[in-house]
Ligand binder design. Structure first.
Ligand code: PLP
Length: 443
């Protein structure tokens, strides 16, 4: 295997392309120059980094620069970029074909790994994305309960299905108003939105619509508002409300599954949902999602029951191979305690750097996830996240980028560490934050 230094040298020798120019070209043919909006740097300004290659904790950009990466494909790459075992497994699998549209034993193997890791899921279905997994879970919940409405939390992201692109009106739980053009009001009228961590509001909403609520869907650790942790008893409180009212509790563990611990947030917090959705890590960097739950719930799914869900490429052998390999590596490595220790150390370093420059920040972190908010408030929900100083975040962001550190390009996202981020990476990152904070202070 080539050393990082050798790879850096090689990447540097190849023809360098300016990112502004690449972005202009991309914009000619791709809407906004990207295939997923946040990648465009709209929320931080400037030109996105165009990646040529990734290895370990490092991405190699088209302009010859390298970055220590804390986006890690939005959390999917918990083992780092181009993990040797995953790459080898994919290369072997691809020799046998890329897709069959017929069952494979590999799919059973991945499903078994998922079920053994997350016992609340007795049976699963594999999909191609987290969005599809959530859509499937909600359809099953509605079919199983015979009810229509769902409760979601303000600022939570569950993929881009019409009825999930809904945010709340100021504080109050309201009947959903779509967040996106192209979504008819009628499509979101069954989506009720409540502030994260507000158990009282959940109770009120359930009282009001109790006989028509099929499911409460929650990110057990909110990762899409910037990182927000569940308040003490919030998740167990949801469990109780659901039990009392014949409502299914769905944990959207697309981020937290195999991230917080091997068994996900439900294992970490010891609260058992009725259904779980997965994505990101379980594909080992390939497109993949899954949803599952108790057998008696999942049997409403076609071909066993009347709730239809399907996918031409679902259970794709290459993606499944990557997923199996990633999960087996995680099972063997048990990286969670060391990931948490590294993250804590990094966050302490960042905090100290901010204090040293007289900048007020508030960091939320858990396991290998963290967000730096530019506020002196503790961020406990979407509303507090929204009160942060976004212009300062932008300056900080570009200060880091200039110093070869890549954070997720929005003030409302979570950063991730991988098992292969090194002590040296941490040191460089903390130094870079010192520089970035000082630059803000000197402004
Ligand atoms: C990323 C994400 C999704 C959507 O997954 P895609 O694979 O992007 O469709 C759903 N829920 C949560 C919590 C996510 O973070």
């Amino acid at each position: 295997m080539m050393s990082t230094a050798a790879m850096r040298k090689k990447a540097g020798k190849q023809i360098k392309k300016n990112h502004a120019q690449l972005f202009r070209e991309a914009n000619r043919y791709l809407v906004g120059g990207v295939n997923s909006p946040v990648r465009s740097f709209r929320s931080v300004g400037g030109d996105p980094v165009f990646v040529k290659q990734g290895k370990g904790s490092t991405v190699y950009a088209e302009d010859g620069r390298t970055f220590i990466d804390y986006c890690c494909s939005w959390g999917a790459l918990i083992l780092g970029h181009s993990h040797a075992k995953i790459i080898r497994a994919i290369a072997e699998a691809i020799k046998r074909g890329t897709s069959y549209g017929m069952p494979t034993a590999l799919e059973t193997e991945l499903a078994q790994l998922l079920v053994e890791a997350i016992p609340s899921m007795e049976q699963v279905r594999l999909t191609n994305s987290g969005t599809e997994a959530v859509m499937g879970a909600i359809r099953v919940a509605r079919a199983y309960t015979g009810k229509n409405k769902i409760i979601k939390f303000e600022g939570s992201y569950h993929g881009h299905a019409d009825y999930l692109l809904v945010k709340a009106g100021s504080g109050a739980s309201t009947l959903g108003i779509p967040d996106s053009l192209g979504v008819p009001d009628d499509f979101t009228k069954h989506t009720l939105v409540v502030p994260y961590n507000d158990s009282e509001k959940v109770k009120e909403t359930v009282q009001k619509y109790s006989n028509d609520i099929a499911a409460i869907i929650v990110e057990p650790v909110a990762g899409n508002t910037g990182l927000v942790l569940p308040a003490n008893k919030f998740l167990s409180g949801l469990r109780k409300i659901c039990d009392d009212h014949h409502i299914l509790l769905i944990f959207d563990e697309v981020i937290t599954g195999f991230r917080l611990t091997y068994g996900g947030a439900q294992n970490y917090f010891n609260v058992k949902p009725d259904m779980t959705t997965l994505g990101k890590i379980i594909g080992g960097g390939m497109p993949m999602g899954a949803f599952g739950g108790r057998k008696d719930i999942m049997k409403v799914l076609s071909p066993m029951g009347g709730a239809y869900q399907a996918g031409t490429l679902s259970g794709n052998p290459i993606a499944v191979t990557a997923g199996i390999t990633a999960l087996k590596c995680l099972m063997r490595l048990k990286p969670y305690p060391s990931l948490a220790a590294k993250t804590e150390k990094l966050c302490k370093g960042i905090e100290k750097a901010a204090t040293g420059s007289g900048i007020k920040i508030s960091i939320n972190s858990i396991g290998s996830m963290f967000t730096v908010f530019f506020t002196d408030e503790k961020v406990t929900d979407y509303a507090t996240a929204c009160r942060q100083n976004v212009p300062l975040f932008r300056k900080f962001y570009h200060g880091l980028l200039k110093r070869n550190i890549y954070f997720a390009p929005s003030a409302f996202e979570t950063n991730f560490l991988s098992a292969v981020h090194t002590e040296q990476d941490m040191k460089k990152t903390i130094q870079a934050t010192q520089g970035a904070f000082q630059a803000i202070a000197n402004d």
